[in-house]
Write a protein that binds this ligand. Structure first.
Ligand code: B12
Ligand code: SF4
Length: 582
């Protein structure tokens, strides 16, 4: 069987997905042939593609932009500059259309099955892609959206089969039966559109033994997925997952629902032996020169010390540096020390909220002091720490968001990924608050609508403003917070101020020496009050005086600069690392 996978990823959102790479490896192992259509590196012309079909417009609605660099980058943590950036990877690429690329793949590969892998946020986009091409074979959809919203998936008449949960073995079974011309509509964990138009939903398949699977098929993907800038250097690597499922049940996540629908919580979480991980990574290193891995497991430090020690021996032999996610309750000094020795250079931790009641509500029940103490251990060992934070939880107030900002400042991370809560289908919060999957016009509720759902006590603009400025509040000295406050408003001026503050922070993190200029060189003397002409204004921020400001704002900004004594921005963890390892 020839299976054509479709990976509908955002432009330049690089990284090899575990799902397709594992399915492809297992299909090949069982004698099937695979190919891939991947939108990650498709440089499209917005005008042309929107005339061809609506995929780009759809993507624009879903993600607020595709194909261009986001003008406002403040949502993402400011990082050190690298000499070569992700845009350089595609600088010389021709402009293409999704339709042409997809059609060309169909025409040359002549698939017997089109297999799309989709998250909720990419589902309408991939359906747009599918409708733009001609093909003559069944279509199967899998991944988290078909898993959690199978009815929504089957409501699209182009989909013949939806698969819920893992498909490593069932996909092979399906292809074997199809190839042999036998009835394949009894394959478990799959939902079939029958010839009479009815829908047949089969019971869940037994859980996959992830120790028996071959090494993920990274060769199917464009090598540029392996681009890994870190701390000013460039490495080669991608995601690798050693486990299936998760033992936690956070209420903003789909995992507890997936566990329930695929056979219950018992046996849902499975972790493979270290020797399997090492065998796969050795193969990936030999084939692709891998020297950097992002472990996509939900908690890298969860296994016992003996397991981690064995894994560490192998990783040290391979000389692979890695990043991983960890749950705070699994952090101990021994494990962190060991992780560092194994080659861990970055850890991300879901801190989510700085308010203990909210954390309890979403089943992330840790005490502030414990969080701070444990995350300091991570930094003590020179591991770059990044946190994940969510704002906009049900009932959350502006004060609660500042509790989160202040807790994150106490923790001392300077890389924080902040999201507005979006209740994905199947999450306990989505179910409890009856958030629809699609809007009145039948479009998937876009992630950009998260602010409008009315779950928190903040109006949409305030919530969005706080998301855009969260990292700026995190880094900037408190005296300069009045500037950040002005940047919360998403008008031209607010966006310009965000850019200025962002550059100020990036310059600082990149080691540029901070320069100041006297106030009287940036504003006309008439504007300056008594005794302030020589007040020092950081040069990188002085353009704020070129923007329109009311007299009151002028006073607030100038007073903020007057109170500001130097450049004590929240420190870059790499400095902590250098000190720790000096
Ligand atoms: C690595 C990762 C990413 C990577 C790679 C994505 C990918 N497609 O793998 C990147 C960084 C791109 C990413 C981005 C995002 N992610 Co993510 N990600 C993950 C993570 C941690 C691991 C994925 C993985 O490798 N799993 C292991 C493999 C084996 O499982 P799998 O992918 O589910 O595949 C199996 C089955 O689903 C099925 N299957 C998969 N594809 C197909 C196709 C066919 C035809 C068939 C039959 C079966 C099938 O078989 C596979 C093997 O058994 C998961 C959590 C998780 N543990 O799965 C979240 C997860 C998928 N991400 C999630 C989210 C929310 C996001 C973001 C929106 C985050 C954000 N706010 O920016 C973005 C969305 C990007 C976008 N395009 O819209 C949610 C998805 C929720 C939803 N309803 O869509 C998840 C489930 C996390 C969570 N628990 O909430 N993510
Ligand atoms: S949010 Fe992470 S830790 Fe919580 S249940 Fe989901 S995957 Fe597990």
């Amino acid at each position: 069987m020839r299976v054509l996978f479709v990976y509908p990823e955002h432009y330049l959102n690089i990284g090899i997905p575990g799902g397709i790479s594992m399915l492809s490896a297992n299909l090949k192992k069982h004698g099937h042939d695979t190919a891939l259509v991947d939108t990650t590196f498709m440089k499209v012309d917005p005008e042309f593609d929107s005339r061809t079909f609506d995929a780009r417009a759809m993507h624009q609605k879903l993600h607020g932009g595709l194909g261009e660099k986001e003008a406002d980058t403040a949502v993402v943590a400011p990082m050190k500059r690298t000499v070569y950036t992700i845009e350089d990877l595609v600088r010389d690429d021709p402009v293409v259309t999704y339709q042409e690329q997809f059609q060309a793949a169909i025409d040359s590969f002549k698939p017997n099955l089109i297999a799309i892998s989709s998250m909720t946020s990419t589902f309408d986009f991939v359906m747009g892609l599918l409708r733009s091409v001609d093909y003559d074979c069944p279509v199967i959809a899998g991944g988290i959206h078909p898993t959690i919203a199978a009815d929504d998936c089957m409501s699209q008449t182009e989909i013949d089969i939806a698969c819920y949960g893992e498909a490593d073995n069932t996909m092979v079974e399906l292809c074997d039966l199809m190839e042999a011309g036998k009835d394949y509509t009894n394959v478990k964990s799959m939902i079939f559109r029958m010839p009479d138009g009815s829908i047949k939903r089969n019971p869940p398949a037994p859980r996959v033994d992830n120790e028996e699977l071959p090494c993920p098929d990274w060769g199917l993907f464009d090598r540029r997925h392996l681009f890994r800038p870190f701390d000013g250097k460039i490495y080669a690597g991608s995601f690798y997952i050693q486990s299936r499922g998760c033992p936690m049940q956070c209420t903003y996540c789909v995992d507890s629902t997936v566990a329930a629908m695929t056979g219950g919580h018992a046996g849902y979480f499975r972790h493979q032996k270290p020797e399997i991980t090492i065998r796969h990574l050795t193969e990936l290193q030999e084939k692709f020169g891998v020297n950097w891995i992002k472990f996509a497991d939900d908690s890298f430090l969860l296994p016992k010390m003996s397991h981690l020690e064995e894994l560490g021996e192998g990783l040290k032999r391979l000389g692979i540096q890695f990043g991983c996610s960890v749950m705070p309750n699994t952090i101990t000094e021994d494990k962190v020390r060991l992780a560092r020795e194994m080659g861990c250079v970055a850890m991300s931790v879901g801190v989510e909220s700085g308010n203990a009641d909210i954390r309890r509500m979403v089943k992330r029940n840790y005490k502030d002091d414990i969080l701070v103490e444990r995350l300091k251990i991570v930094q003590k060992y020179g591991i770059r720490l990044s946190t994940f934070n969510i704002i906009g939880f049900p009932g959350e107030t502006r004060e609660n968001v500042f509790e989160t900002i202040n807790l994150t400042r106490r923790i001392g991370t300077s890389a924080c990924n902040v999201y507005i809560l979006f209740p994905y289908p199947g999450t306990p919060i989505q179910i409890e608050h009856k958030i629809p999957i699609r809007d009145e016009s039948g479009n998937m509720l876009p992630v950009s609508k998260a602010k409008d759902l009315g779950l928190s006590k903040m109006p949409p603009d305030e919530l969005e403003g706080l998301q855009h400025t969260f990292n700026l509040y995190l880094h900037m000295p408190k005296e300069l917070w009045p500037l950040v406050r002005l940047a919360e408003v998403s008008d031209r001026r607010g966006v310009a101020i965000r850019g200025m503050i962002q550059r100020f922070i990036v310059n600082y993190l990149s080691g540029d020496s901070p320069e100041s200029v006297p106030l009287n060189t940036v504003v006309p003397p008439a504007k300056i009050g008594q005794g302030r002409p020589t007040a020092a204004i950081p040069r990188a921020l002085s353009d704020i005086y070129r923007l329109d400001m009311t007299d009151e704002e002028f006073e607030t900004v100038t007073n903020a600069f007057a109170d500001y004594e130097g450049t004590h921005i929240t420190r870059d963890p790499t400095e902590v690392y250098r000190e720790a390892t000096a």
